[in-house]
Design a protein around this ligand. Structure first.
Ligand code: SF4
Length: 686
């Protein structure tokens, strides 16, 4: 069997965007997938789920032909009959046209997210949207809150190169679990520990696999990280760890911050966070006495009503100690905006009508069920075209989402790789290529490389890429834009040229281009990204979002969380699992085998209080509903905390609806964002 090794890029919704080496067998199948050893962020390492990509790529349940629903919604493949591509695209175009004629173009909502992170295949849907003046989509489900928090202090969505972790003496992983979800971080942490004796601190409400490897684990109650950060800064000022020269030069109001924090010490923070004063002071001293301290900021603690304020508070730490100025010091949240890419061609931004309405993707449940807070005076959404996401499982307030998709007057087309729960609710399902079967270009959150991934396999069966489907629909709908006439590679090439970057023919042969800025820029020594070039301790929340009224300008604990009551004493965190990535991989045999079954981690004392034991069924609920999972006694967290890992398929739950039944579609402050980890619940024996 001829076997060759071909380069690629992991497209999944993960900051690492690993450079890959893929075993190709007979030109049509893949074998093992490895990390590219020569790319010095990936360094030859990928997560187990992608190493076994053959399970996903060649899964027997891959969709292979366009389908029209002939049975009930939600039953899956048995409810569909195959049709030709021309018939399918003609029908979708006709239904979208009819919907727009009846209600106006904004009744159509092209709905997408990050099932692939490639710019062409992910974002091309916006070109069709803008050309047809369909409703716009506010992308709030992942990073609206974290972006707001980071931008408040730093001013731009970039941070210190992740490779510098290897040169740190103290790495703080705050609100992330890279052992499970971003394994490459641990490569660089391991190098720092081995070569420099660096210490690892993890801040996370439960003892994750990453926390197990840490020298110190702090487990605050969900939604209280801002209080912890304030108390740490209080100690930094009080005990002489604050770098006043650095702050005078690079920050906006250090005196104001110090005065503000005077009443926010460990005594104040301990009862809010549930941590001891000693834990807080100990961490503050460790952080304060280490110049090369690097905070790897995760998303977890931003998924809360106060998430932006929490993340902002954490970004202030290196500005107080001046760690930003040192090699191996500072912080990184995301580098997705490091490279200025001209997205006009890919997204059709030259056609964008700024008067078209914007609907919040996290509120798809309220939107589809006609909530006037979302629709205002506008038309109902009567047609959905979905790519790259599975809102029937991943969106909050699942009950509303399910009710919305069940509407008989809603036309739905889903372009997917598998018969997901969302596809099963569609009228037309179109089979989609994987990243191995199409061309794309990728930025990364965790590193500084821009990468091109080329198709290395022919499309599975009749699968078509997102770009091909968008272009096919554009032709039928009469949408005009040069981007619809180009191949994916032409789009990449023209976009690179428009961005002042090497065109495809001049792009490095290995497929990655390091866009790391010089040290002084990387570390903001030539200024932060605000007009005054300062790091802002005083956040300008009104400039970031309309919901700023409840947010104080200085970092603080913002007590707007769903903190429960005697009826709902537990705080639920719906955390990611190691073997799934959102709902990708939740149908591959090895991922399912490793994850077992939907499980609630419950503190042993809480479990005993319910007269339950390890492995018993427990019902978790709040006013949005309740569901049954198996309990596991887990002491690595506070007694009020309950963890359910992984976006399991709905059918994995006894009553056919998953964990987002319990999460809220309330928007976080100040400009929206899903609050997946801000949920109070009750527990009862099932
Ligand atoms: S670690 Fe992330 S980017 Fe790397 S292979 Fe796994 S999912 Fe893909």
């Amino acid at each position: 069997m001829p076997l060759d090794i071909v380069p690629s890029v992991c497209p999944h919704d993960c900051p690492s965007a690993c450079a890959l080496e893929v075993e190709r067998v007979d030109g049509g199948r893949i074998g093992r997938v490895r990390g590219a050893a020569a790319q010095d962020y990936t360094l030859g390492v990928v997560c187990a789920k992608v190493a076994r990509y053959t399970e996903r790529q060649h899964h027997p349940a891959r969709l292979s032909r366009p389908l029209r629903r002939v049975g009930e919604k939600g039953v899956g493949l048995d409810g569909f009959k195959p049709i030709s591509w021309d018939t399918a695209l003609d029908e979708v175009a006709e239904r979208l046209t009819c919907a727009a004629q009846r209600h106006g173009s904004e009744t159509v909502w092209p709905y997408y997210y990050a099932g692939t992170m490639g710019l062409v295949q992910r974002d091309g849907i916006n070109r069709l949207r803008h050309a047809m003046r369909y409703s716009r989509e506010d992308l709030t489900i992942c990073n609206a809150l974290s972006d707001a928090g980071w931008l408040a202090g730093v001013g731009a969505k970039r941070g210190v190169d992740g490779r510098e972790m290897a040169k740190s003496d103290l790495i703080v992983v705050w609100g992330g679990n890279p052992v499970s979800t971003q394994v490459n971080v641990m490569t660089h942490v391991a190098a720092a520990r081995k070569e420099r004796g660096a210490r690892l601190v993890v801040v996370d409400p439960y003892r994750t696999a990453t926390a197990e490897q840490a020298d110190l684990h702090l487990a605050p109650l969900p939604g209280t990280d801002g209080a912890l950060a304030c108390a740490v800064m209080h100690v930094l000022f009080k005990e002489g760890y604050a770098d006043r020269d650095y702050m005078a030069r690079y920050t906006d109001d250090p005196r104001g911050l110090e005065t503000h924090l005077a009443t926010r010490g460990p005594v104040w923070a301990a009862p809010i966070t549930g941590l001891s004063e000693d834990e807080i002071v100990g961490f503050a001293r460790l952080y304060g006495c280490t110049r090369r301290s690097y905070i790897r900021v995760g998303y977890g603690f931003s998924r809360s009503r106060n998430g932006a304020a929490q993340l902002f508070a954490v970004t202030c730490l290196p500005a107080v100690t001046g760690a930003w100025a040192h090699e191996g010091g500072g912080a990184l949240y995301s580098n997705h905006d490091l490279v200025a890419i001209d997205r006009t061609l890919i997204e059709g931004l030259d056609l964008l009508d700024p008067t078209t309405r914007i609907l919040d993707q996290s509120r798809i449940g309220p939107v589809l069920t006609g909530d006037p807070r979302d629709l205002g005076d506008g038309p109902p959404v009567s047609a959905l075209f979905v790519q790259n996401t599975n809102p029937m499982v991943v969106a909050p307030a699942s009950r509303l989402v399910h009710r919305g998709f069940a509407r008989s007057d809603l036309f739905v087309c889903v372009h997917e790789q598998f018969m997901t729960e969302t596809a099963a609710m569609a009228d037309i399902v179109l089979p989609a290529t994987t990243f191995l079967e199409h061309d794309d270009i990728y930025t990364a959150g965790a590193h500084t490389y821009l990468q091109i991934g080329r198709a290395v396999l022919p499309p599975h069966a009749e699968c078509r890429s997102n770009h091909e489907v968008i272009s096919g629909l554009a032709e039928r709908l009469g949408a005009r834009h040069p981007g619809f006439m180009m191949s994916a590679v032409e789009l990449i090439d023209r976009t690179l040229r428009a961005s002042g970057l090497p065109a495809v023919e001049n792009f490095p042969a290995e497929g990655w281009l390091d866009c790391r800025p010089p040290f002084v820029t990387d570390h903001f020594l030539d200024g932060f990204a605000h007009a005054d070039k300062k790091f802002h301790f005083r956040a300008d929340w009104p400039a970031i979002g309309p919901g700023h009224a409840g947010l104080p300008s200085f970092p603080d604990h913002v007590a707007v969380i769903d903190d429960g009551d005697p009826e709902r004493p537990f705080r639920l965190v719906a955390a990611p699992s190691r073997s799934f990535l959102n709902t990708s991989f939740n149908n591959t045999p090895s991922s399912l085998a490793r994850e077992g079954r939907p499980t609630a981690l419950v503190h042993p004392e809480a479990l005993a209080g319910l007269r339950l034991g390890d492995g018993d069924r427990v019902r978790i609920g709040n006013r949005r509903g309740s569901l049954v999972v198996h309990a596991r006694a887990f002491p690595g967290m506070q007694k009020r905390v309950v963890i359910v890992e992984g976006l399991w398929p709905n059918h994995a739950f006894e009553e056919g609806i998953g964990i987002n039944l319990l999460t809220s579609a309330d928007p976080g402050l100040p400009r929206g964002g899903a609050v997946f980890h801000d949920t109070s619940v009750w527990l009862r024996p099932a």
